[in-house]
Write a protein that binds this ligand. Structure first.
Ligand code: FMN
Length: 284
Protein backbone atom coordinates (compact mmCIF):
# COMPACT_ATOMS: atom_id res chain seq x y z
CA UNK A 1 0.00 0.00 0.00
CA UNK A 2 1.61 3.28 -1.10
CA UNK A 3 1.30 6.31 1.16
CA UNK A 4 1.62 10.01 0.36
CA UNK A 5 2.00 12.53 3.17
CA UNK A 6 1.12 16.09 2.19
CA UNK A 7 2.68 18.50 4.66
CA UNK A 8 2.96 22.20 5.48
CA UNK A 9 5.48 23.49 8.01
CA UNK A 10 6.56 27.02 8.93
CA UNK A 11 9.20 26.16 11.51
CA UNK A 12 9.81 22.42 11.19
CA UNK A 13 7.53 20.76 13.77
CA UNK A 14 5.14 19.32 11.19
CA UNK A 15 8.03 18.45 8.88
CA UNK A 16 9.65 16.49 11.71
CA UNK A 17 6.42 14.59 12.31
CA UNK A 18 6.00 13.89 8.57
CA UNK A 19 9.58 12.57 8.36
CA UNK A 20 9.16 10.41 11.45
CA UNK A 21 5.96 8.90 10.02
CA UNK A 22 7.78 8.27 6.74
CA UNK A 23 10.43 6.28 8.66
CA UNK A 24 7.73 4.11 10.22
CA UNK A 25 5.31 3.61 7.31
CA UNK A 26 6.70 1.60 4.37
CA UNK A 27 6.58 3.08 0.84
CA UNK A 28 5.81 6.64 1.96
CA UNK A 29 6.46 9.84 -0.01
CA UNK A 30 6.51 13.33 1.49
CA UNK A 31 4.97 16.09 -0.61
CA UNK A 32 5.01 19.75 0.44
CA UNK A 33 1.64 21.37 -0.28
CA UNK A 34 3.23 24.77 -0.97
CA UNK A 35 4.84 23.37 -4.14
CA UNK A 36 1.40 22.43 -5.50
CA UNK A 37 -0.71 25.48 -4.74
CA UNK A 38 -0.45 26.98 -8.24
CA UNK A 39 -1.85 23.80 -9.80
CA UNK A 40 -5.53 23.88 -10.79
CA UNK A 41 -6.14 20.34 -9.53
CA UNK A 42 -3.93 18.42 -7.14
CA UNK A 43 -4.24 14.77 -8.07
CA UNK A 44 -3.16 12.33 -5.38
CA UNK A 45 -1.71 8.96 -6.31
CA UNK A 46 -1.27 7.23 -2.93
CA UNK A 47 -3.62 4.48 -1.83
CA UNK A 48 -3.28 5.96 1.63
CA UNK A 49 -2.90 9.73 2.00
CA UNK A 50 -2.07 11.84 5.03
CA UNK A 51 -2.06 15.51 5.93
CA UNK A 52 0.42 16.94 8.45
CA UNK A 53 0.22 20.63 9.36
CA UNK A 54 0.33 23.10 12.29
CA UNK A 55 -2.73 24.47 14.08
CA UNK A 56 -3.14 28.14 13.20
CA UNK A 57 -5.58 30.23 15.20
CA UNK A 58 -7.50 27.13 16.36
CA UNK A 59 -7.93 25.79 12.84
CA UNK A 60 -6.01 24.65 9.73
CA UNK A 61 -3.52 27.04 8.05
CA UNK A 62 -4.67 29.28 5.19
CA UNK A 63 -2.40 27.46 2.71
CA UNK A 64 -3.81 24.08 3.75
CA UNK A 65 -7.36 25.23 3.06
CA UNK A 66 -6.28 26.30 -0.41
CA UNK A 67 -4.74 22.85 -0.90
CA UNK A 68 -7.89 21.03 0.29
CA UNK A 69 -10.02 22.98 -2.19
CA UNK A 70 -7.84 21.80 -5.07
CA UNK A 71 -7.16 18.22 -4.08
CA UNK A 72 -8.59 15.28 -6.02
CA UNK A 73 -8.12 12.39 -3.55
CA UNK A 74 -9.76 9.73 -5.73
CA UNK A 75 -6.67 7.46 -5.44
CA UNK A 76 -7.09 7.23 -1.66
CA UNK A 77 -8.64 4.28 0.12
CA UNK A 78 -7.60 5.63 3.51
CA UNK A 79 -7.07 9.25 4.68
CA UNK A 80 -5.46 10.45 7.92
CA UNK A 81 -4.46 13.81 9.41
CA UNK A 82 -1.98 14.86 12.09
CA UNK A 83 -2.09 18.38 13.51
CA UNK A 84 0.83 19.82 15.47
CA UNK A 85 0.22 22.62 17.93
CA UNK A 86 1.49 24.06 21.20
CA UNK A 87 -1.65 23.30 23.15
CA UNK A 88 -4.98 25.08 22.58
CA UNK A 89 -8.10 23.42 21.33
CA UNK A 90 -8.14 22.52 17.61
CA UNK A 91 -11.34 22.67 15.59
CA UNK A 92 -10.07 21.84 12.13
CA UNK A 93 -10.69 18.11 11.61
CA UNK A 94 -14.38 18.73 10.90
CA UNK A 95 -13.33 21.31 8.34
CA UNK A 96 -11.06 18.78 6.62
CA UNK A 97 -13.81 16.17 6.68
CA UNK A 98 -16.15 18.74 5.13
CA UNK A 99 -13.74 19.35 2.25
CA UNK A 100 -13.32 15.59 1.73
CA UNK A 101 -17.05 14.83 1.83
CA UNK A 102 -17.50 17.14 -1.17
CA UNK A 103 -15.12 14.74 -2.94
CA UNK A 104 -16.91 11.63 -1.71
CA UNK A 105 -14.20 10.80 0.84
CA UNK A 106 -13.97 10.94 4.61
CA UNK A 107 -11.20 11.57 7.11
CA UNK A 108 -10.64 8.06 8.48
CA UNK A 109 -8.31 8.95 11.33
CA UNK A 110 -6.89 12.04 12.97
CA UNK A 111 -4.42 12.86 15.72
CA UNK A 112 -2.97 15.85 17.56
CA UNK A 113 0.59 16.31 18.80
CA UNK A 114 1.69 19.02 21.24
CA UNK A 115 5.06 20.49 20.31
CA UNK A 116 7.17 23.65 20.63
CA UNK A 117 5.34 26.95 20.29
CA UNK A 118 6.31 29.07 17.28
CA UNK A 119 3.80 31.85 17.85
CA UNK A 120 5.70 33.61 20.61
CA UNK A 121 4.63 36.86 19.02
CA UNK A 122 1.57 37.48 21.13
CA UNK A 123 2.58 36.00 24.45
CA UNK A 124 3.79 38.18 27.27
CA UNK A 125 6.17 36.07 29.35
CA UNK A 126 6.51 33.47 26.59
CA UNK A 127 9.67 31.38 26.95
CA UNK A 128 11.38 29.44 24.21
CA UNK A 129 11.49 25.81 25.40
CA UNK A 130 14.71 24.89 27.21
CA UNK A 131 16.84 21.97 26.01
CA UNK A 132 15.30 19.77 28.73
CA UNK A 133 11.78 20.77 27.66
CA UNK A 134 12.62 20.07 24.01
CA UNK A 135 13.85 16.59 24.94
CA UNK A 136 10.65 15.96 26.89
CA UNK A 137 8.48 17.08 23.97
CA UNK A 138 10.49 14.92 21.57
CA UNK A 139 10.20 11.85 23.74
CA UNK A 140 6.43 12.22 23.99
CA UNK A 141 6.20 12.87 20.21
CA UNK A 142 8.15 9.66 19.52
CA UNK A 143 5.94 7.69 21.89
CA UNK A 144 2.76 9.06 20.29
CA UNK A 145 4.06 8.37 16.77
CA UNK A 146 4.80 4.75 17.70
CA UNK A 147 1.12 4.49 18.60
CA UNK A 148 -0.23 6.53 15.65
CA UNK A 149 1.65 4.81 12.83
CA UNK A 150 0.21 1.38 13.69
CA UNK A 151 -3.31 2.75 13.38
CA UNK A 152 -2.40 4.23 9.99
CA UNK A 153 -0.70 1.07 8.70
CA UNK A 154 -3.67 -1.05 9.81
CA UNK A 155 -6.05 1.52 8.26
CA UNK A 156 -8.11 1.78 11.40
CA UNK A 157 -10.80 4.36 11.96
CA UNK A 158 -9.64 6.57 14.78
CA UNK A 159 -11.13 9.95 15.60
CA UNK A 160 -9.00 11.05 18.50
CA UNK A 161 -10.90 13.07 21.11
CA UNK A 162 -9.27 16.33 22.08
CA UNK A 163 -8.79 17.17 25.74
CA UNK A 164 -11.39 19.53 27.14
CA UNK A 165 -9.67 22.83 26.63
CA UNK A 166 -11.47 26.02 27.34
CA UNK A 167 -10.34 28.53 24.78
CA UNK A 168 -9.71 31.88 26.48
CA UNK A 169 -11.84 34.73 25.09
CA UNK A 170 -8.73 36.70 24.14
CA UNK A 171 -7.58 33.74 22.05
CA UNK A 172 -10.84 33.71 20.12
CA UNK A 173 -10.35 37.40 19.52
CA UNK A 174 -6.85 36.67 18.25
CA UNK A 175 -8.25 34.19 15.77
CA UNK A 176 -10.33 36.93 14.22
CA UNK A 177 -7.55 39.49 14.43
CA UNK A 178 -5.11 37.08 12.74
CA UNK A 179 -7.56 36.39 9.93
CA UNK A 180 -8.21 40.11 9.57
CA UNK A 181 -4.44 40.65 9.56
CA UNK A 182 -3.92 38.16 6.74
CA UNK A 183 -6.78 39.62 4.73
CA UNK A 184 -5.84 43.25 5.28
CA UNK A 185 -2.23 42.48 4.38
CA UNK A 186 -3.53 41.26 1.09
CA UNK A 187 -6.44 43.51 0.27
CA UNK A 188 -5.35 46.67 2.00
CA UNK A 189 -1.66 46.28 1.40
CA UNK A 190 -1.14 46.84 5.14
CA UNK A 191 2.21 45.55 6.31
CA UNK A 192 2.50 44.11 9.81
CA UNK A 193 5.99 42.63 9.45
CA UNK A 194 9.28 44.51 9.34
CA UNK A 195 12.98 43.90 9.93
CA UNK A 196 14.73 46.05 12.49
CA UNK A 197 18.31 47.37 12.64
CA UNK A 198 19.67 43.90 13.54
CA UNK A 199 19.09 42.79 9.91
CA UNK A 200 22.37 41.60 8.36
CA UNK A 201 20.96 41.29 4.82
CA UNK A 202 21.46 37.51 4.89
CA UNK A 203 18.20 37.06 2.91
CA UNK A 204 17.10 34.01 4.89
CA UNK A 205 13.65 35.56 5.36
CA UNK A 206 13.10 35.76 1.60
CA UNK A 207 14.29 32.18 1.14
CA UNK A 208 12.04 30.67 3.79
CA UNK A 209 8.96 32.80 3.04
CA UNK A 210 6.50 30.11 1.96
CA UNK A 211 4.04 32.47 0.26
CA UNK A 212 6.70 34.41 -1.67
CA UNK A 213 5.57 37.63 0.04
CA UNK A 214 9.12 38.70 0.97
CA UNK A 215 11.38 40.10 -1.73
CA UNK A 216 14.80 41.64 -1.08
CA UNK A 217 15.21 45.23 -2.28
CA UNK A 218 18.31 47.30 -1.47
CA UNK A 219 19.52 44.32 0.62
CA UNK A 220 16.51 44.52 2.95
CA UNK A 221 13.31 42.43 3.04
CA UNK A 222 10.17 44.03 1.65
CA UNK A 223 6.79 42.39 2.30
CA UNK A 224 4.92 42.59 -1.03
CA UNK A 225 1.49 44.19 -0.91
CA UNK A 226 -0.20 41.91 -3.40
CA UNK A 227 0.93 38.53 -2.06
CA UNK A 228 -1.21 36.71 0.50
CA UNK A 229 0.79 35.80 3.64
CA UNK A 230 0.38 32.18 4.84
CA UNK A 231 1.07 33.29 8.45
CA UNK A 232 3.63 30.49 8.87
CA UNK A 233 6.03 32.79 10.80
CA UNK A 234 9.05 31.20 9.14
CA UNK A 235 10.49 34.69 8.52
CA UNK A 236 10.16 35.59 12.20
CA UNK A 237 11.49 32.33 13.62
CA UNK A 238 14.23 31.46 11.12
CA UNK A 239 15.88 34.90 10.97
CA UNK A 240 19.36 34.21 12.45
CA UNK A 241 19.61 37.70 13.99
CA UNK A 242 16.00 37.76 15.28
CA UNK A 243 15.48 40.99 13.37
CA UNK A 244 12.06 40.20 11.88
CA UNK A 245 9.33 41.71 14.04
CA UNK A 246 5.58 42.07 14.02
CA UNK A 247 4.02 45.45 14.74
CA UNK A 248 1.32 45.96 17.33
CA UNK A 249 -2.00 45.28 15.69
CA UNK A 250 -5.45 46.52 16.76
CA UNK A 251 -6.24 45.25 20.30
CA UNK A 252 -3.12 43.07 20.48
CA UNK A 253 0.38 44.07 21.53
CA UNK A 254 3.24 42.31 19.78
CA UNK A 255 5.98 40.82 21.96
CA UNK A 256 8.40 39.82 19.20
CA UNK A 257 11.06 42.21 20.53
CA UNK A 258 10.92 40.77 24.05
CA UNK A 259 10.46 37.09 23.20
CA UNK A 260 12.90 34.59 21.71
CA UNK A 261 12.36 32.48 18.63
CA UNK A 262 11.38 28.84 18.08
CA UNK A 263 12.37 26.81 15.05
CA UNK A 264 12.25 23.03 15.55
CA UNK A 265 15.76 21.98 16.71
CA UNK A 266 16.32 19.77 13.64
CA UNK A 267 14.90 22.25 11.09
CA UNK A 268 17.21 24.25 8.86
CA UNK A 269 16.26 27.13 6.56
CA UNK A 270 16.87 24.73 3.69
CA UNK A 271 14.29 22.26 5.08
CA UNK A 272 11.71 25.04 5.05
CA UNK A 273 12.49 26.59 1.67
CA UNK A 274 12.53 23.20 -0.09
CA UNK A 275 8.73 23.21 0.31
CA UNK A 276 8.53 25.76 -2.51
CA UNK A 277 10.41 23.68 -5.05
CA UNK A 278 8.43 22.05 -7.80
CA UNK A 279 9.72 18.51 -7.40
CA UNK A 280 6.81 16.35 -6.50
CA UNK A 281 8.53 14.19 -3.93
CA UNK A 282 10.97 15.23 -1.23
CA UNK A 283 12.98 13.59 1.53
CA UNK A 284 13.18 10.18 -0.16
C1 FMN B 1 -0.16 32.18 13.15
C2 FMN B 1 -0.08 31.06 14.14
C3 FMN B 1 -1.19 30.68 14.88
C4 FMN B 1 -1.11 29.63 15.80
N1 FMN B 1 -2.24 29.26 16.48
C5 FMN B 1 -2.17 28.21 17.35
C6 FMN B 1 -3.35 27.78 18.03
O1 FMN B 1 -4.46 28.29 17.85
N2 FMN B 1 -3.23 26.75 18.92
C7 FMN B 1 -2.04 26.12 19.16
O2 FMN B 1 -2.01 25.22 19.99
N3 FMN B 1 -0.91 26.49 18.50
C8 FMN B 1 -0.95 27.52 17.61
N4 FMN B 1 0.19 27.91 16.94
C9 FMN B 1 1.45 27.19 17.22
C10 FMN B 1 1.74 26.11 16.15
O3 FMN B 1 0.59 25.39 15.83
C11 FMN B 1 2.79 25.09 16.62
O4 FMN B 1 3.92 25.70 17.14
C12 FMN B 1 3.12 24.15 15.44
O5 FMN B 1 3.60 22.92 15.93
C13 FMN B 1 4.11 24.73 14.47
O6 FMN B 1 4.33 23.83 13.42
P1 FMN B 1 5.35 24.09 12.20
O7 FMN B 1 6.71 24.25 12.85
O8 FMN B 1 5.26 22.88 11.39
O9 FMN B 1 4.90 25.32 11.50
C14 FMN B 1 0.13 28.95 16.02
C15 FMN B 1 1.25 29.33 15.25
C16 FMN B 1 1.15 30.37 14.33
C17 FMN B 1 2.38 30.77 13.54
Amino acid sequence: MSTEIYYFSGTGNSLHVAKELQKRIPDTKLIPVVSLLDDDIIQTSGESIGFVFPVHALTIPIAFKKFLRKIDPSSAKYIFAVATRYGTEFRGFKTIDGFLKKKNKILDSHFILNMGHNEEIRREGYKVPTEAEILKIESSVQERLDYIYKIIVNQETHQEKDTDYIVPVNYLMEKFVLSAMAISEYIGGVNYFYSDSKCTSCQTCEKVCLSGKIKIADKKPVWQKDVFCYMCYACVNLCPSESVQIKDIPCIKSYTKENGRYPHPYATANDILIQKSKWRYHHE
